[in-house]
Design a protein around this ligand. Structure first.
Ligand code: C2E
Ligand code: CA
Ligand code: CA
Length: 872
């Protein structure tokens, strides 16, 4: 049983108690009625205000009317006439009895008793006179009649500005007091009940802040006020000395009630239908007008006549709205049914009251109290409806809160997941480099002062080779296996720092899927070679893939971390070492200054390079590219050369990456493009021959918006046909943002130039790039052609690469061709374009001119054309 049910049950119990009480009181009073209305009374109705009692006494008997047979009370409806009632006392009177006129808005009541002896007793009372005028201070009018009154005649003049009902009966004094006590009790119970409902509405307002419940409270208050007022209780309690207030108060309460009832119901059902809304607004306005007119005493009568009908109409209107609302809100039917029931009961109750007022229904206690009974029931239904709604709204709010809480939780969960995805390798879930960098301040603090830390870089070799030999799936599986091995092997090895304590316990981060980085700590001056050899051996064992045993080939580069050095830089050094190790076919290589870039040297080179560029001290070397099918010169690759006064020849492998770092790459490339075109122009002028030139672009150039403009204006200036220009780009230049790279490549292609993918086979990104980017030429890296014990393995790779390039409609050229055998072999695979020392080394322009003069076509024609059939 829920809280709401308990409340409903309590309400039901309370309602039951009140009903029983009302019923009991009414039963009690009915039993007191001891006058035969039809035979005992005679009535004379006079519009004449100034009629004296003397005139009444002298009326002929024929002027007095008997009441209809069926009448059991004196109910005259709305009438301002004076009603004279004649009641000859026969044997009804017992000792100590009162004649009681049941209260019903009687404005004036004059009581005359004409004794047998002719003596006349007169008492004036009524609502139009102060309450203190009453002989007995009870709600009804009571007039004492003693036993000696037998044979006397009673005359009662009643006059009302409202409804006129005069039920009369005789009652013992004790019974009168008892009845009064009972009446007080049930009026009190009624007031308490209504008060409780008002209190409940206030509590709900306090809890929910919903003003609807406040409107409801005001409505119940007006209803309570009206009922108490109609029962003369407010007069008695609040303004006993000011009877004129009684005229105003009834109308005030009635129209307030109507107004708030309309406002409350319209708000409650969220009235939207425009026509009905207009109607409700009109009704509200009329109620307002009534409320204002209530203050004009002359209008009291007509207004109070209208109020009964108006209240009835309003209740019927509310009933209509509630039923309509019920139909439309089947989901919350229970609460809305109570709401409709409330207005049904009230409409019925008011109907009964109105019919009673107009004398259509007899003036029985039930009819007289229909308003109060209906109010009790109505308020019960309304409160139940409100409690139901409050409860369902509360439930809805709780659900909404739970829902939003759940959503927030899910969002956090998703964000966490996304963060994990962004910071971890998608396949092995090893952390990425960013995790190491972010954690580094904490991690570095973990290195004891007598220990040193080294970045250990594990590089997976020959990814491309594996892709070409066994397919991408196998190569990926090997990478995955390597990651797994690292995780398994290092899980508990405390000499490797835990790099990812936020997400996992991993001791390795992924730089890209082929490079893993560890941080090894060891006592200072301790030789870690043995440890690294162990690491290499443990990780590089054969890998079983569908019963094939494949070697996982690794190189390890190591670099020591110096105090307060950026970890990023150390990792780069380890990477340089691993690259060198891979070139030298070493398992493990420690970084030393002669490898790659020495940070100190970098700075020096930067400033020297800038000066060299400014002073135009860079030169170009040209290396021929030969077509071995017909021996013709296919083109030349322009390679930048720099001789420093102090350091001598500095290889482009050293200074180009440095130029990339400090934005000198833009003037450098511009220089190379310009010099190459100038070379073309001179060559063409001297020989009358066109010559194709290949120019290297670096990664930075691709993100340079001005490059295209500059290139196009240089080409134009030196009148180089764009079809003779090929730009070479390495794979690493395009890995970053593939969309951006594609756009840059397409912009270049729009100039009419060609694009070559340089160093194919040294990278390790997905072959997808090849298909997605618009390259026209594939340049197989010299690394593939190295002659050693793996020659056979590499040979098949070269063949596969050639096939791949041709399948994608690309020119395939091999670089680093150092011998005739190699050239022959390549020709055998269908690759007839070659560049390498066998044909010529890179030469200065002058040397190239000489070389070209003595160039013998026939010398470089190799074998016959290799036929390749593709299976697509
Ligand atoms: P790359 O584009 O792969 O250039 C070919 C490199 O291979 C040249 O080295 C060339 O001298 C060398 N080479 C040619 N034939 C053989 C051979 O038969 N055997 C061997 N072992 N090597 C051969 P270089 O001139 O030292 O250039 C190194 C790299 O520097 C180039 O590699 C290229 O990436 C970069 N580079 C050179 N000039 C430029 C330039 O003007 N701009 C840019 N961005 N990069 C340049
Ligand atoms: Ca190149
Ligand atoms: Ca190359």
């Amino acid at each position: 049983m829920t809280f709401a049910n308990v409340r409903v049950a309590l309400l039901a119990f309370f309602l039951f108690a009140v009903l029983v009480l009302v019923w009991a009181v009414n039963e009690h009073r009915i039993s007191k009625s001891n006058i035969e209305y039809a035979s005992d009374y005679q009535v004379y109705i006079s519009e004449n205000e100034n009629l004296a009692f003397h005139d009444i006494l002298n009326l002929p008997q024929s002027d007095w009317q008997n009441l209809p047979q069926k009448s059991n009370s004196l109910s005259f409806g709305y009438s301002t006439a004076s009603h004279w009632i004649k009641l000859p006392l026969k044997n009804q009177i017992k000792k100590g009895q009162f004649l009681v006129v049941n209260y019903s808005l009687l404005d004036e009541i004059d009581f005359y008793q004409v004794m047998k002896e002719g003596e006349t007793l007169k008492i004036e009372t009524g609502d139009a006179r102060p309450f203190d005028n009453r002989l007995v201070k009870v709600s009804n009018f009571a007039f004492p009649i003693d036993a000696q009154s037998q044979g006397s005649t009673l005359f009662i003049r009643v006059k009302s500005s409202g409804t006129l009902k005069v039920p009369l009966y005789f009652e013992q004094y004790e019974d009168l007091i008892q009845a009064e006590a009972a009446e007080n009790l049930y009026s009190g119970a009624f007031a308490g009940y209504m008060g409780l409902m008002i209190l409940m509405s206030l509590i709900i307002v306090a809890i929910s802040g919903d003003k609807n419940y406040l409107l409801y409270g005001v409505y119940v208050l007006a209803s309570l006020g009206l009922t108490l007022n109609l029962n003369g209780l407010l007069f008695r309690w609040l303004w006993p000395g000011s009877p004129e207030w009684n005229q105003v108060s009834t109308n005030l309460f009635s129209y307030t009630l109507i107004y708030f009832q309309l406002v409350f119901v319209c708000r409650y059902i969220k009235l939207e239908n425009s026509k009905i809304k207009v109607l409700s607004d009109v009704l509200k306005m009329l109620a307002m007008v009534g409320l204002l007119i209530s203050l004009v005493p002359q209008w009291y009568m007509p207004l109070s006549k209208i109020s009964g009908i108006f209240i009835l109409l309003t209740n019927l209107f509310c009933l209509f709205l509630a039923v309509d609302y019920c139909r439309k809100n089947k989901s919350r039917l229970r609460g809305e049914l109570y709401f409709a029931m409330a207005w049904l009961v009230m409409a019925l109750g008011v109907s009964v009251v109105v019919l009673g007022v107009f004398g259509i229904l007899p003036s029985t206690p039930i009819v007289n109290n229909a308003n109060m009974i209906a109010s009790v029931l109505e308020v019960f239904f309304l409160t139940t409806a409100m409690v139901c709604r409050f409860e369902s709204e509360r439930q809805a709010r709780i659900e909404a809160t739970l829902q939003s809480h759940k959503e927030a939780e899910q969002r956090v969960h998703i964000e966490k997941h996304m963060l994990f995805q962004a910071t971890h390798d998608s396949v092995s879930h090893l952390p990425k480099k960013d995790v190491l960098l972010a954690n580094w301040p904490k991690l570095s603090a973990e290195v004891p002062s007598d220990h040193s830390a080294s970045a250990v870089l594990i590089h997976f070799e020959g990814y491309y080779g594996q892709v070409l030999s066994f397919g991408q799936q196998v190569a990926e599986a090997m990478v995955h296996e390597l990651h797994d091995r690292v995780r398994r092997l290092l899980g508990n090895k405390s000499q490797y720092l835990k790099l990812d304590y936020q997400w996992s316990q991993d001791r390795a981060v992924v730089l890209d899927s082929l490079d893993l980085c560890l941080i090894l700590i060891s006592p200072k001056e301790y030789d870690i070679s043995e440890e690294l050899n162990w690491l290499h051996n443990s990780l590089s064992g054969p890998f079983n893939y569908e019963n094939m045993f494949l070697d996982i080939e690794l190189t390890i580069g190591v670099s020591k971390l110096h105090d307060s050095e950026k970890v990023d830089r150390v990792i780069r050094r380890a990477q340089v070492a691993s690259k060198e190790a891979s070139q030298r076919r070493l398992k493990v290589l420690h970084y030393h200054n002669k490898l790659g870039q020495d940070p100190e040297l970098t700075g020096i080179i930067m400033s020297k390079l800038k000066m060299a560029l400014d002073q135009g001290r860079l030169q170009l070397a040209f290396q021929p590219q030969v077509n071995t099918h017909n021996g013709s010169l296919f083109g030349v690759e322009a390679l930048v050369r720099w001789k420093d006064d102090e350091y001598g020849w500095i290889p482009p492998d050293v200074f180009v990456p440095i130029a990339e770092q400090c934005r000198l790459i833009t003037p450098l490339t511009a220089f190379v493009v310009k010099e190459s075109c100038a070379f073309y122009q001179r060559f063409y002028q001297e020989t009358g021959q066109e010559i194709a030139i290949s120019i290297n672009l670096s990664a930075r150039n691709l993100s340079d918006e001005f490059l295209i403009q500059e290139v196009s204006s240089i080409i134009e200036k030196y009148r180089v046909p764009p079809r003779l220009v090929t730009f070479e780009v390495t794979e690493t230049a395009i890995i970053g943002d593939i969309e951006k790279s594609r756009n840059a490549l397409e912009d270049l292609l729009d100039l009419g130039v060609k694009m070559a993918l340089d160093d194919f086979g040294t990278g390790y990104s997905s072959l997808v790039y090849l298909k997605e980017l618009p390259f026209t030429e594939l340049k197989i890296d010299k690394g593939f052609l190295v002659k050693d014990d793996k020659a056979q393995h590499n040979a098949s790779l070269v063949e596969a690469a050639v096939m791949l390039g041709k399948a994608l409609n690309m020119e395939v050229i091999a670089e680093g061709v150092e011998s005739l055998e190699m050239a022959e072999q390549l020709a055998g695979y269908g690759c007839q374009l070659c560049q390498g020392f066998y044909f010529a080394k890179p030469m200065s322009e002058t040397d190239f001119g000489l070389w070209y003069k003595g160039y013998d076509n026939k010398r470089n024609i190799i074998g016959t054309k290799h036929e390749i059939t593709y299976e697509t």
